[in-house]
Design a protein around this ligand. Structure first.
Ligand SMILES: [Zn+2]
Length: 123
């Protein structure tokens, strides 16, 4: 089965492929410019099925990497807070997007949470 994130990491490793701008890399994590302006995608180098599949090294380094990169997004976008979004519908390889706050998105998320909470309380 193909994995979109693994495919992206393969293309990042190709020195002839300049379609992806890597902003951070270590033995565990790779971060590259995301689609929204001033956003950064952070992905585990190893294919993982999601948070619950991270090994001890990935778990212990995730906070440090997210803190460093969230500060980078904050400084280049002049935005606070910085969202950390991990959806996983298209690929179950652990990856999250760090992006500046967007008022419309924030309103939609808050509305969705209110609706979900109301539905759960009616059960
Ligand atoms: Zn993968």
């Amino acid at each position: 089965m193909s994995c979109l994130v693994c495919d992206r990491l393969v293309s990042i490793a190709d020195p002839l492929d300049t379609s992806v701008v890597v902003v951070y890399a270590d033995l565990t994590w790779v971060a590259y410019r995301g689609a929204p302006p001033d956003s950064i995608m952070v992905a585990a180098r190893r294919h993982t099925s999601w948070y619950w599949d991270l090994d001890e090294s990935e778990q212990s380094s995730l906070g440090t990497v997210l803190t460093l990169l969230a500060e980078t997004v904050r400084s280049i976008s002049h935005s606070s807070p910085v969202y950390c979004v991990g959806l996983g519908e298209n690929s179950r390889h652990f990856h999250v997007l760090l992006m500046q706050r967007d008022k419309q998105l924030a309103d939609e998320i808050h509305d969705s949470i209110r609706l979900s909470t109301a539905r759960l309380l009616q059960r």
